[in-house]
Every structure is written in C-alpha cells, then in structure tokens.
Design a protein around this ligand. Structure first.
Ligand SMILES: [Zn+2]
Length: 279
C-alpha cells in the first residue's frame, strides 16, 4: 500500500479501459470495506454491465460514487442500507456513460442529489438522448424507466476540487481534463491515504512502454494488432495482439488487451487523448 488513495468509479486513460476487468479475480456483488467507513461494491460487469461503486460514510450521510445502471443502482442502494443506516445524500457520477449515470433517477427518487463535474452534463448534451433511447431497447432496466431522456446530474461543479467536508471526513472531487471522456471526475480522500490504483497505474505504464517501443520501431498497427475480432461482453474488439506485458502486471491483463493496445497505439502515434480521435 502506498501513501495515497484515489477512489474512483473508473480511472481510465484509454477509452477501452472502462471495460477492463480481470476475469480471474472478479467477485461481483461483494462489498468490501477498504478503510473504516469506505466500502467497495464490485459490480457484475460480465452479466449485467454494472460498474463498481464506492460508498463513503460521512458524519450524517453517505456518498455513493457512480449511479450505475438502474438495476445496479438498486443493488448499490441496498448495499448502502446494509452497511449504514445513514441516508445516501450524494451520488457522484464519474462520467456520463450509461453504466455510470443511467441510474440517476433511482437515486433521486431515493432522496439523494446526483453530483458531477459540469463536463458530465455537457457530455450528456452531446451524446444524449440517442444513447439512452438505443440502450432502452436493449436493456430492460433502462427501458422500464419509461423515460425518453437520461436524467442529468442534479448538481454540478466547475471548480476543481469540489469539497464535501464534515467533522469526520473530507472528500475531494477533481477534474483533470480528458481521461475516459471529456468530463471525468475523480474522488480523493486526503486523510485516509491508501492507494487503490497502484496496480492499474503500473499496467498503464507497462502498456504505454510496450506500445511506445513498437511505434518507435516503425511497426504498423496491424503488425501488433492483427485483423480479426471477437465479442467480449457484447463488444466487438480485436481478437489478438503480439504485445506482451511483464508478469508484474499480468493480473490486469484481460480480454480487452488487444483493444487497449490499439487505443494506445493511436494515442501515441497521433499524440492525442483517445477520446479526441475521430471514430
Ligand atoms: Zn465509461
């Protein structure tokens, strides 16, 4: 454990990393206390497309990180009720994607205020309601909301960090620029000082190192990510890659590695964050 803790819904530099899981260590539905008063609920990504949630206990209320899909929101709300009798006051949408924000109405109905960096609301304006309407057809929990549009976060902030603080804890909400989307927010607990991200950062570092070396050698994308796709959790992604990563990050290598290599290759060769590249 290192000295800092980043608590996050999805910490991602690459677009595809949001879908990034290691199938070996997955324990969907489990709730683990990370430090006193902070819990991690692992979402069932594979079967239900749910994101993970963090529950943070304050003196009089709870903060939940990420709204999840509606069905995931209900499960996270039930988990919050199990760990504490305090009400959920804030739900922080780390970004606008359905698995992180489409559950907003569930939380609002439960009396919570959905909160996000203003870029999340801006991204929603950019991409919605088309995505919501498409998702409604394929996902029962979204369709069952009987809404034509997703619910944007009820409260936004534009100065980073936005801070919630009481006698027991301080929670900081940050925006650092382009990450997984234009509006990604990050949550940091300055007092607790525990690191969640070390392994994932190492993976990102090794991934960039390996792909950067291939770019330097003048390799083409098809040299390291050959044509041919496979379906992973409903996403069509490249099937294979010749890039291998060291053993110390192999816990983070999953079915999305070829897609991550492709995205990294594009980022390095075009010198732009992946979300800024034309699709
Ligand atoms: Zn996402």
């Amino acid at each position: 454990m290192k000295k800092r803790i980043w608590i996050f819904g999805t910490f991602v530099i690459l677009a595809s990393l949001a879908l990034f899981v290691t199938t070996t260590g997955a324990q969907p539905g489990t709730v683990k206390q990370i430090v006193p008063g902070v819990w991690f609920r692992e979402g069932d990504l594979e079967n239900q497309g749910h994101c993970n949630n963090i529950i943070i206990e304050m003196k009089d209320y709870l903060i939940v990180v990420d709204a999840n899909f509606p069905s995931g929101a209900r499960l996270a709300l039930a988990a919050a009720k199990k760990v504490s009798s305090k009400p959920v006051k804030y739900v922080f949408d780390t970004h606008h994607h359905g698995d992180h924000a489409y559950g907003n109405p569930i939380w609002t109905q439960a009396g919570a205020t959905t909160l996000a960096y203003k870029g999340v609301a801006e991204e929603m304006k950019r991409y919605e309601p088309a995505r919501w309407q498409a998702t409604s057809k394929g996902r029962k929990d979204v369709g069952d909301m009987h809404l034509d549009v997703p619910e944007p976060p009820k409260q936004t902030f534009d100065k980073s960090p936005f801070i919630l603080k009481d006698d027991t804890r301080e929670v900081r909400f940050y925006f650092f620029g382009w990450a997984h989307t234009r509006g990604d927010g990050f949550v940091y607990l300055p007092k607790e000082k525990v690191l969640l991200l070390e392994g994932e950062l190492q993976f990102m570092t090794e991934l960039h190192k390996a792909v950067g070396a291939a770019v330097k050698q003048g390799k083409k994308l098809t040299d390291i990510v050959p044509a041919g796709t496979k379906m992973v959790y409903g996403n069509e992604v490249p099937a294979s890659t010749s890039i291998t990563l060291p053993d110390n990050v192999k816990n983070w290598v999953g079915a999305f590695l070829p897609a991550q290599v492709r995205d990294t290759y594009e980022e390095i060769s075009q010198k732009k964050p992946h979300g800024d590249l034309p699709h």
